[in-house]
Design a protein around this ligand. Structure first.
Ligand SMILES: C[S@@+](CC[C@H](N)C(=O)[O-])C[C@H]1O[C@@H](n2cnc3c(N)ncnc32)[C@H](O)[C@@H]1O
Length: 292
């Protein structure tokens, strides 16, 4: 697997899908397309494909304003973000100060750069990169793992600077995924477009993300991809009967794959996940170990 250049740790990150989706684009003459990631998170797939030069542009959408602000500042306020990373001590006192930004619910309530830093800070100092979790080492910092053990400033800044070179071909949006996608139909007519949907997990979404899906939201995504025109797409999901039921009889293709997650706790969990697409899906090659 190639080295991933991404400044975020992300629970459920799908780095292991990069080669598979890359090959899918190739087989369907979609290389050079505009690639949509409407549930961006760490946008690991799109950013890697962009760095390989296999897609022409990347369109991100993320509802969590801390993550949105982070990506927006990576590409539009790079130097200020890097300076803030360089100058801010990675301590439990900073964690307490940053907590005010977890309460922010709209972009006009705080400075974008402050939100961006808070997004990165919680991602890299909390358990398993979960924004709503507690810090590594606990509030009292009694563990042998300190709050800064996943915060290598020099490496993070280096990655941000490298990614920022792609600013002209990346667009970042703060919105609900489906609301945003419904505004993009004209673009699907004009350009070769492909969407990778990685919605919040069906089973554990509410434990991991600050925004997660109800059954009704999962149904809305299934209806969206059933009805959308001129867009090829793939969805990754946890393999739950409810989700399978939504896509059976739609003509969509299924392909199971396995992820083994090894998180900060060193506890390895394993799950069968599912790929669903309107394109023919080849078998998934091998078992993957993913580190978050
Ligand atoms: C499974 S994660 C995506 C992980 C991503 N593929 C990666 O590479 O890290 C789902 C993401 O969707 C975001 N999200 C949740 N509800 C959303 C919504 N209604 N619209 C857009 N994004 C949403 C979450 O904040 C989370 O970042």
């Amino acid at each position: 697997m190639p080295e991933t250049i991404n400044p975020l740790r992300y629970p459920g990150a799908k780095r292991s899908l990069v080669n598979y989706i890359d090959a899918l684009l190739d087989a369907n003459h979609l290389q050079g397309c505009t690639f949509f990631e409407p549930y961006a998170g760490s946008a690991v797939v799109g950013l890697e494909l962009l760095q390989r030069g296999h897609i022409g542009g990347l369109v991100l959408c993320e509802k969590d304003i801390l993550l949105y602000a982070f990506w927006e500042c990576v590409f539009r306020d790079t130097d200020a973000l890097c300076n803030k990373i360089q100058d801010t001590p990675i301590t439990i006192e900073t964690w307490q100060q940053q907590n005010q930004y977890r309460e922010v619910v709209s972009l006009d309530q705080a400075d974008l750069l402050d939100l961006a830093f808070a997004g990165l800070f919680f991602n890299r100092t909390n358990f398993s990169g979960i924004l709503k979790a507690n810090p590594i080492g606990g509030i009292n910092q009694t563990s042998r793992y300190g709050i800064d053990c996943r915060f290598n400033k020099a490496k993070i800044i280096e990655i941000i600077l490298r990614l920022s070179a792609y600013r002209d071909v990346i667009e970042v949006n703060c919105n609900d995924a489906l609301q945003f996608m419904r505004t993009q139909n004209a673009r699907f007519l004009r350009q070769n477009c492909f969407a990778y949907f990685d919605p919040p997990y069906y089973e554990k979404g509410s434990e991991i993300y600050r925004h997660y899906y109800t059954n009704q939201d999962h149904i809305a995504l299934a209806h969206y991809v059933r009805d959308v025109h001129r867009l090829d797409w793939i969805i990754s999901y946890d393999d739950a009967p409810f989700i399978c039921g939504l896509y059976s009889n739609t003509g969509a293709q299924y392909q199971p794959f396995f992820l083994d997650y090894t998180c900060a706790s060193k506890v390895r969990t394993q799950g069968q996940e599912l790929l669903i697409s309107n394109l023919p899906l080849p078998p998934f090659p091998a078992r993957i170990v993913e580190s978050c």
